[in-house]
Design a protein around this ligand. Structure first.
Ligand SMILES: C[S@@+](CC[C@H](N)C(=O)[O-])C[C@H]1O[C@@H](n2cnc3c(N)ncnc32)[C@H](O)[C@@H]1O
Length: 323
């Protein structure tokens, strides 16, 4: 397979490998650190994710939890046949600790390029590297180190709502797809006027300003009480309404049932931190995301809900128009 063309995302000049890292003709160097090509100066607004995924590095990994949640979600949402991905180039944007990177490496023979803006990429490397089919970059979706239109498939799960300009994020993802290639995204959907009537949107303006350590410690201290109250509200039949206002993640709707007590507590603390710490949390209308796909050169666009196990995800996918 011909190697991918890497570019300096700030001046579009081609990059080549040297012992020190990736460099362009003008001599600008992007170092390699702990298995990752560093294309950013800092984590900018994604520091919470760097903190979170390095502390909860293995919590959501199928091969550690023993539950095939990420695998089921990945193949249900993409509809991709693992065998057909043999030798294909796949780009993952916003990898977090690499739960889907792990699925791709374990269940396909694809060449995987994986990117995250935050230091989560180091957790991804510890989880999945070294592997000669894995290429890891710390980079923003807005400044990707790849020449356009080189990937057979691109996916971006759980990221759109956490970026500052969601349409620009979609356009940038599309620019990476080869003509005839596919893009799949999932994101928090707007379900109706009540979507933002939720503890997350009430408290996050304050909690996102707290130090990560303080917020995590607060969640940790209150986790058992919150899990107990959530279960109680559920038992007495008011869970569907009352639990929206509890400052804890949606335990029933998003977590597996067969977890032991320690696993459940860890996942609740992680998901609750994930809820209250991001700088941006912008749920989207599925129809709007579909319209952006069409506006930016995609065809055969589909948007809707996809079920896997007991869960449901808002997904939009499509194929890049052939020129
Ligand atoms: C909620 S996590 C999802 C991680 C992973 N996809 C998953 O589902 O487990 C969102 C990720 O998007 C990354 N992210 C946010 N803005 C980004 C950007 N501009 N470019 C690349 N990654 C970004 C964050 O650093 C974070 O790791």
């Amino acid at each position: 397979m011909t190697p991918i063309t890497l570019i300096n995302p700030f001046n579009q000049k081609p990059l080549r490998f040297t012992d020190a890292g990736l460099t362009d003709d003008a001599g600008q160097l992007f170092p390699q650190k702990d298995g990752v090509h560093i294309m950013v100066k800092n984590q900018d607004y994604t520091g919470n994710f760097g903190y979170q995924w390095n502390r909860f590095q293995t919590t959501q990994l199928d091969n550690i939890s023993g539950i095939s949640l990420s695998k089921d979600r990945f193949f249900a949402e993409t509809g991709w046949d693992p065998k057909a991905l043999d030798g294909q180039r796949i780009l993952e944007v916003g990898s977090g600790a690499g739960r889907f990177t792990q699925v791709l490496l374990a269940h396909t023979n694809a060449d995987v390029y994986s990117v995250d803006y935050s230091e989560a990429v180091f957790a991804n490397y510890r989880n999945n590297g070294p592997n000669n089919r894995l290429h890891l970059f710390q980079a923003s979706v807005y400044e990707l180190p790849f020449a356009p239109a080189q990937f057979d498939k691109v996916f971006c799960f759980g990221v759109l709502q956490h970026t500052p300009d969601v349409e620009r994020t979609v356009a940038s993802l599309i620019s990476m797809v080869k003509p005839g290639g596919e893009l799949v995204v999932d994101f928090y959907p707007i379900k109706g006027w009540w979507t933002k009537l939720h503890a997350k949107y009430i408290f996050r303006p304050f909690t996102k300003k707290m130090s990560h350590e303080k917020l995590l410690s607060l969640i940790n201290k209150n986790a058992d009480r919150l899990i107990g109250t959530y279960r109680f509200f559920d038992r007495i039949g008011i869970g569907r309404f009352a639990n929206r206002f509890l400052p804890v993640c949606d335990i029933k709707g998003t977590l597996p049932e067969n977890l032991n007590k320690t696993q459940l507590r860890e996942m609740v603390v992680l998901d609750t931190f994930d809820m209250f710490s991001p700088e941006y949390d912008q749920p989207q209308n599925i129809k709007t995301v579909v319209s952006w796909f069409k506006k930016h050169d995609m065809e055969h666009v589909w948007g809707g809900y996809i079920n896997y196990d007991k869960y449901q995800a808002a997904v939009v996918k499509g194929t890049r128009k052939k020129i």
